[in-house]
Design a protein around this ligand. Structure first.
Ligand code: PLP
Length: 396
């Protein structure tokens, strides 16, 4: 299927111009159908019992893990299903055995979900160092080289900023972490949906992302960890499904992803997430990337030509994805977002984007307007966005 044809699989773009995919993407019919099929035809619990439905459901749930592992080049490691990126990162922060004096290196660009779990560790006398980027949100690799010291236990960085759209040099950071013996966690919430990501090639220890930003259902996410990491972090939630043996004196936790997936999981969600990855793969991640780049180029060019509009983040396509933040002099971002919806049914996000430290660092009191593009957006929609912004600017 060509990218241009996939729009028929989505309902919302038939009547609205959805440009808020960095928050949550839309979901195509085959993903909805795969979840309905589970609920209608083989709904049963997984990893428990022997009847026919539980055997089918268990197999499909296992297949979903395998498919997602393949999707992110993570076959050698362990793929754990979570609720979202936030839960995946929290599982690492809560699961490591922190010692006073341990050091964590992260950045001011992070989403709150990749910041708060680390800031909380200051209560355990863990040092948290927060790096600042240069112009346009790009980091100088030397900053990491200096900050990642011998006592650095973990480095946590977002692969792509959800505000600026910037892509960070994660492979280079991974190489430094390896040299200094630090664990490396990549928040891939905004990268996995947009371009091919290979956990093994990056060389990270943990890779976290959300299903609902990559055409999958809400309430789905992934914590991938390198092969030996399951012995390093202890599970946040234990109980049903996580044990090999239990006595009244104690228990032995099981191996594999089940150790980290206590209780009945989001089974239909996992099946839908796998279907979403398959949908993306069938279209081709490279083709999706090229399509979004074409739209982003048109948007950046259009915005640059409008007086009183300022783009925050790279002005060109280098090291960025189709997440474009901007402000207009003298108009509050919320007002712009409201007007875009009212005038042209264009849906964008406005405000701090769960990145208050970054918004402060950029000196933006009220945040930005953010248009985030995906495979179902079109050049016509970009033109409409640009024309409507011109109209709003004329109003001031
Ligand atoms: C870079 C980044 N990290 C983490 C998150 C948190 O994702 P979730 O809300 O699915 O946990 C987001 C969500 O926007 C994000 O953009």
């Amino acid at each position: 299927m060509k990218i241009e044809d996939c729009i028929a699989d989505f309902q919302i773009p038939q009547y609205l111009h959805y440009m808020d995919s960095a928050a949550t993407s839309l979901i195509p019919e085959p993903v909805i159908a795969s979840m309905n099929e589970y609920d209608r035809h083989y709904r049963a619990n997984v990893g428990r019992g022997m009847h026919r439905l539980t055997r089918v459901a268990t197999q499909r749930y296992q297949d979903a893990h395998d498919l997602i592992s393949d999707f992110i080049g993570g076959k050698e490691g362990m793929t754990v299903f979570t609720k979202n990126t936030t839960e995946a990162i929290t599982m690492v922060a809560a699961g490591l055995d922190w010692q006073p004096g341990d050091r964590i290196v992260t950045t001011v660009v992070e989403h709150h979900s990749n910041l708060l779990p680390w800031l909380r560790l200051r209560q355990k006398d863990v040092e948290v160092v927060i790096l600042q980027p240069g112009q346009d949100g790009i980091f100088d690799i030397e900053a990491f080289d200096e900050a990642i010291t011998a006592n650095t236990r973990l480095v946590a960085v977002s692969h792509v900023s959800n505000v600026l759209g910037t892509v960070q040099p994660v492979r280079e950071i991974a190489a430094i972490c390896k040299k200094r013996g630090a664990y490396f966690l990549v928040d891939a919430a905004q990268s996995v949906p947009h371009f091919p990501v290979d956990a093994q090639q990056i060389g990270c220890d943990f890779l976290c992302f959300s299903g609902h930003k990559m055409l999958g259902p809400t309430g789905t996410g992934v914590l991938w960890m390198r092969d030996t990491m399951d012995a390093v972090i202890s599970p946040l939630i234990i109980g049903g499904g996580t044990v090999d043996d239990v006595t009244t004196e104690g228990y032995t936790l099981t191996d594999g992803y089940r150790r980290f997936e206590g209780g009945t999981p989001n089974i239909s969600g996992a099946i839908g997430l796998a279907q979403a990855a398959k949908y993306l793969e069938d279209l081709g991640m490279d083709a999706i990337c090229r399509h979004v780049r074409k739209l982003t180029k048109r948007l950046l060019t259009g915005l640059t030509e409008i007086d009183h509009v300022k783009i925050h983040g790279p002005q060109n396509l280098k090291n960025r994805i189709g997440v474009v933040s901007f402000t207009i002099d003298k108009i509050h971002p919320h007002e712009i977002a409201y007007l875009l919806d009212e005038k042209a049914a264009i849906l964008v996000r406005s405000g701090d984007h769960c990145c208050i430290p970054l918004i402060r660092y950029l000196g933006l009191e009220n945040g930005t307007v953010r248009a985030s593009l995906y495979l179902y957006n079109t050049l016509e929609e970009i033109d409409l966005l640009i024309e409507t912004i011109k109209e709003i600017v004329r109003m001031v």
